[in-house]
Write a protein that binds this ligand. Structure first.
Ligand code: BGC
Length: 431
């Protein structure tokens, strides 16, 4: 008997567990013309620029009605700095007003707001100054936050200062990562003077494993990668010390304990080899998705990585601020979601204080250079901007309603898997 996975009758989540979804401004808003990403898309003649993206900038009201209908209780979105301050020192009050109207509407619908202040994109003028690669530039970000935070603080339930500056494994990036840590610490102090809501920075939790676990060079290269991508961040937040190989260590005031929770984005594992300069070894792939600008493999399901990773983070509450799958066959998305919620429940059973889960992403959106990878539980027609919820959206709504996921629910959505599910031995083996 081929087992897709073994599943209990029902998996329940803790009381007050928060369910929702995540997005990012540049990927959904459209016409983000003052941002560094927009500029790059034009300057480098991207075959698929972001353009109108999901046209969320105009359709947000309808989108929040849909969000409500689908039962989401928290929404992660970002505020685009380049809309607020399109030119250095000039603020666009209309743009701010629109964001405030969005936040009001979320509140009116009883949906909590997880707000990211920097999700990869920033104003082009800031990019031209060298963005976060230069420590001197942190002041521009803080000046922006001094303007913004007092106005938005009353609406925010969870703060993400940055999204995923931890990614990337090269010496040149260490200074940038260090600068982002410093910016994170200073921003956290600033936010704390205006808001009691918990603060963090979203961390891409990527489990790295050696291509050959018996090869000491692969193992050493993997340890280094795990350090420079994952562990440097936890270490810095726990101790205040910034530590990278081949770089003097530094201790930063205010960095220690500058996160109130771990904000974890999780997708899958990756393999590392000592035998290429970039260290990347091939991943397991399911099938290929081919955006115009790059090879993109549909990623392997590796829910165990979520359990193992979370078990190292028992010192603070945890929110999963991204987890999702891109595919055209929505059944795979349902399966991915079910497998990862099961992993989450296991982590909770093993004493990880997980408080919420935000699926990436509410919509199909602009995946940084292409519209081809579809992560959404709501499909988007990028010509008409019509939204169509996929079966995953209704599957997820049932989970939210029940605060639980049952085997029957899964089989209702994936009846073809009935013969492939293994029933745990303590529930009588196969029925
Ligand atoms: C990023 C998102 C991105 C997603 C899927 C995450 O690392 O935060 O912006 O769309 O991965 O690739």
């Amino acid at each position: 008997m081929l087992g897709i996975f073994s599943m209990k009758d029902e998996i329940r989540f803790p009381e007050n567990f928060v369910w929702g979804s995540a997005t990012a401004g540049h990927q959904i808003e459209g016409d983000n013309i003052h941002s560094s990403n927009w500029h790059r898309e034009q300057a480098e003649h991207y075959p698929e620029p972001s353009g109108k993206a999901c046209n969320f900038w105009n359709l947000w009201k309808e989108d929040f009605a849909l969000l409500d209908e689908l039962g989401h209780k928290m929404f992660r979105m970002s505020i685009e700095w380049s809309r607020i301050e399109p030119e250095e020192g000039r603020h666009d009050e209309e743009a701010l007003k629109r964001y405030l109207a969005m936040f009001e509407e979320l509140k009116r619908r009883g949906c909590r707001l997880c707000l990211t202040l920097h999700h990869f994109s920033h104003p082009q003028w800031f990019e031209e100054k060298g963005e976060f690669c230069r420590r001197d530039n942190i002041g521009y970000f803080l000046r922006h936050l001094e303007y913004l935070v007092p106005k938005i603080a009353p609406y925010v339930d969870l703060w993400n200062i940055f999204n995923e500056f931890n990614n990337g494994d090269s010496l040149e990036l260490y200074d940038r990562k260090a600068n982002c840590l410093v910016a994170h610490a200073r921003a956290a102090a600033l936010i704390r003077s205006w808001s009691k809501a918990p603060i963090s920075t979203a961390h891409a939790m990527c489990p790295y494993q050696p291509r050959d676990p018996e090869d000491e060079f692969d193992v050493t290269r993997t340890r280094i990668r795990n350090w420079v991508i994952n562990d440097f961040f936890y270490h810095a937040i726990r101790t205040g010390e910034i530590l990278f190989p081949y770089r003097d260590g530094e201790v930063i005031d205010g960095l220690k304990h500058s996160c109130d929770f771990w904000s974890i984005n999780y997708y899958t594992r990756h393999f590392v080899t000592a035998r290429t300069a970039d260290g990347n070894a091939p991943r397991y792939e399911c099938h290929r998705i081919r955006p115009i600008n790059r090879e993109f493999y549909l990623e392997e399901f590796y829910p165990q990585g979520l359990v193992d990773g979370l078990c190292k983070l028992r010192d603070l509450p945890i929110y999963i601020t991204e987890n999702g799958f891109c595919c055209d066959d929505d059944r795979l998305r349902i399966l991915y979601l079910a497998r990862h919620l099961q992993a989450l429940a296991e982590a909770i059973e093993r004493s990880c204080d997980v408080r919420g889960y935000l699926y990436w992403s509410l919509f199909d959106n602009y995946e940084w250079g292409s519209f081809v990878p579809r992560f959404g539980m709501v499909g988007v027609d990028f010509k008409t901007f019509r939204r169509t919820p996929k079966p995953t959206a209704y599957f997820y709504r049932e989970i939210i309603r029940n605060n639980a996921m049952s085997r029957e629910l899964l089989l209702d959505y994936l009846p073809e898997f009935r013969d492939w599910i293994i029933y745990p031995a303590d529930q009588g083996g196969r029925p």
